[in-house]
Design a binder for this molecule. Structure first.
Ligand code: NAD
Length: 498
């Protein structure tokens, strides 16, 4: 694909991205081998803000997944043979192209997922950073030598797996695709990405932009689809490594499929992340961060920080300070940049409402909610629940909607016990002015990332990211992702004495 044809394609979308009233022109086929392939089947991608059709998108059949994997397999050796500096240069060019087309891509992400345009823009900025960061960092990703004395030379190289499969969910497809594909491609793999049927558009655009950036045809393939396409990819004998981001249930099915073939898998799953707020916390600092992390993308963030575990001495102040965020949150169409957009689908909205009703039945007290909810689209009122007991469903279940649970505790030990009382272990935050206590508590939590007096797990391409227990295993982001997307190969040379 030429620079001109990709730019023309993106410019053609721009007119339909001014508001939510019209569907996108044309169709989105499969991106295999550097060209757009007509699929056997089409699906209708909906705009969650209106519930109306947004785009006609290809949904990959088993044969098309097979075609994408074989194409990736054929192109992987040439790509891997390039010097890291050259692969990096092309990835950095891709970062530039993403920035050049940031406005269209952000609007596309907003219409596809429902999120406010400010969030869409910051997702595209983060995506560009992933291509840039890994494109630069790969030049410093070195092997090792092991000293064993004069009689030998032992060298450990890091080599790519070959073909990597990437299963991406619908909530942050622009960021998640970039974070895992950028690291994988930088170290010399060829990738096959399967975005969710609900939100595949930006990933499909990346594949087109990759060809303009000089990434060889077949190295970056995107084949949207649902469970069947995902199962075909994760079960494919020619896929050497799988990165999965999504729910615990599907993650386990994917891990089983990989185990059956004896291939490695990385699981980025759900969360029920805790904010531990002590009585000496700076609430002016803590409360806006807690509220925004939750309301961001209507609670559909794996790191949303959905449990507030607050010392009883600070409880009333925390509830009072949180309340206005929930009572006055503006709900609306993503392109109008409201504080809260819709959830992804009508069925997700129904699930959130059911869990909220269950919370009340189990003794939680509604402390604040929004009265004005748009009738069209899949909107859910943000809800603040107080008095959420540690035995309740709301304390333990990931809602994936704009619902925050407050649980009161007495002192440090009880706070830590409550935070640990979860099957998830993704992220956490500790809010306290007592540095000893903050660090003691932070280190006692069994999670992948802990923040002290702040919370920004979505940002920062440099920080390794991943969970413990039901939140998964393996790490994306940071230099650590390079270890994930490579394996070591040792070369031992016996040196004869003279
Ligand atoms: P999901 O598990 O239903 O779907 C995720 C992806 O898996 C989609 O692309 C889907 O099409 C695909 N899939 C479905 N069945 C499959 C199968 N049998 N084999 C292979 N692939 C299959 O999850 P979701 O509802 O789309 O996403 C929400 C979940 O993702 C939440 O639990 C959330 O916490 C989690 N998530 C985690 C992170 C993280 O980085 N830890 C980030 C975002 C979302």
């Amino acid at each position: 694909m030429t620079d001109h044809s990709v730019s023309a394609f993106l410019a053609g979308l721009a007119g339909a991205l001014a508001d939510h009233s019209v569907p996108l022109p044309g169709e989105f086929g499969l991106e295999i081998g550097g060209r757009t392939v007509e699929p056997r089947e089409w699906s209708t991608d909906l705009d969650p803000a209106t519930g109306a059709p947004l785009a006609r998108v290809g949904t990959a059949a088993t044969e098309e997944i097979d075609q994408a994997v074989h194409t990736a397999r054929a192109s992987a050796p040439t790509w891997a043979a390039l010097a890291p500096a050259e692969r990096g240069r092309r990835l950095r060019r891709l970062a530039d192209l993403v920035r050049e087309h940031a406005d269209v891509l952000a609007r596309l992400e907003t219409r596809d997922t429902g999120k406010p345009i400010t969030q869409g823009r910051s997702d595209i900025a983060a995506a560009a950073r992933y291509f840039e960061f890994y494109g630069g960092a790969v030049e410093g990703f070195l092997g090792d030598s092991i000293p064993l004395g004069d009689g030998s030379l032992a060298v450990v190289e890091r080599v790519p797996h070959g073909v990597t499969g990437h299963i991406v969910p619908w909530n942050y497809p622009a960021q998640i695709t970039a974070r895992s594909v950028a690291a994988s491609l930088a170290v010399g793999n060829a990738a096959v990405v399967k975005p969710a049927d609900e939100a595949p558009l930006v990933a499909l655009c990346y594949a087109r932009l990759a060809t303009v950036a000089g990434i060889p045809d077949g190295v970056f393939n995107v084949v949207p689809g649902g469970a069947n396409a995902g199962a075909a990819l994760t079960g494919h004998t020619e896929v050497d490594h799988v990165s999965f981001t999504g729910s615990v249930r599907t993650g386990r099915a994917v891990a089983r499929a990989c185990a059956d073939r004896g291939r490695p898998v990385l699981l980025e799953l759900g969360g029920k992340s805790a904010h531990i707020v002590f009585d000496d916390a700076d609430l002016d600092r803590a409360v806006p961060v807690i509220a925004r992390a939750l309301l961001l993308h209507a609670g559909q963030t794996c790191t949303a920080g959905t449990r507030v575990i607050v010392d009883q001495r600070a409880h009333d102040d925390v509830v009072a300070a949180l309340r206005p965020y929930f009572e006055s949150a503006s709900l609306g169409l993503g392109l109008t940049d409201p504080e809260v957009g819709p959830v992804i689908s009508a069925s997700q909205a129904a699930r959130v409402r059911d869990l909220a009703a269950m919370a009340e039945a189990e003794g939680a007290v509604s402390a604040a909610t929004v009265a004005d909810v748009p009738a069209a689209g899949s909107f859910v009122a943000p809800m603040l629940f107080d008095n959420v007991s540690r035995t309740s469903t709301l304390f333990h279940e990931e809602v994936f909607g704009p619902v925050l649970a407050i649980t009161s505790v007495d002192g440090e030990q009880e706070a830590v016990e409550a935070a640990l009382d979860s099957r998830y272990g993704l992220t956490a935050a500790v809010w306290s002015r007592d540095v000893d206590r903050a660090l003691r508590v932070a280190r006692s939590l069994d999670v992948g990332q802990t923040f002290v007096n702040g919370y920004a797990p979505g940002g920062g391409v440099e920080l390794p990211f991943g969970g413990t227990r039901d939140s998964g295993y393996g790490r994306e982001k940071g230099i650590e992702a390079f270890t994930e997307y490579t394996r070591s190969r040792t070369l031992f040379i016996d040196i004869a004495k003279r």
